[in-house]
Design a protein around this ligand. Structure first.
Ligand code: GDP
Ligand code: MG
Length: 163
């Protein structure tokens, strides 16, 4: 069995963009049996000779905050159960939100390893601003840009040491 890495976080932080960067040109498998709030995409990734499965969580289309929170919470529960590593993605453009704090609280109570990923750190200034996310209570922080690839090598280097 390959190690499983799940990508969680609130909508629009860039989970799917990170997922696509990790799996590259390989094809994702879509599992929509969960319905709109919980659809999941599975793909394979390789780094430094290590192969692993990546799960993009998401959907949460309905606009109501409660529905979105239920969807995210459900995905975090599943991720805690089935993952060897969780990427908790936040957005340097938007800053810390209450949903980020709720997810952080859920993840900190569990033993599954978590890496906090501050996405949309497209340049040095954005990467510096990402330090506010230390306020979520994780020891390490990985500022990345899923769009231009900044920081993703450092993140992957760390990921493959954890499984
Ligand atoms: P998800 O809802 O968490 O899966 O987020 P998406 O991957 O769909 O991305 C949401 C929006 O953020 C899209 O418009 C992306 O193009 C944009 N986005 C994703 N990653 C980055 C990034 O690294 N930098 C910038 N500037 N925008 C990004
Ligand atoms: Mg998505």
């Amino acid at each position: 069995m390959l190690p499983v890495v799940s990508i969680v976080g609130r909508p629009n932080v860039g989970k799917s963009t990170i997922f696509n960067r990790l799996i590259g040109s390989r094809k994702a498998i879509v599992d929509d049996q969960y319905g709109v709030t919980r659809d999941r995409h599975y793909g394979q990734a390789f780094w430094n000779g290590r192969e692993f499965n990546v799960i993009d969580t998401g959907g949460y289309q309905p606009d109501e905050t409660d529905v979105i929170w239920d969807g995210v919470r459900e995905q975090v529960h599943i991720a805690i159960r089935e993952s060897d590593l969780i990427l908790f993605v936040v957005d340097t453009e938007g800053g810390i939100t209450s949903l980020d704090r709720s997810v952080a609280r859920m993840l900190r109570e569990e033993d599954t390893p978590v890496l906090l990923v501050a996405n949309k750190a497209d340049n040095e200034e954005r990467a510096m601003n990402a330090t506010e996310f230390y306020g979520l209570g994780f020891e390490e922080l990985y500022p990345v840009s899923a769009i231009n690839g900044r920081g993703t090598g450092d993140l992957l280097d760390k990921m493959v040491t954890l499984f």
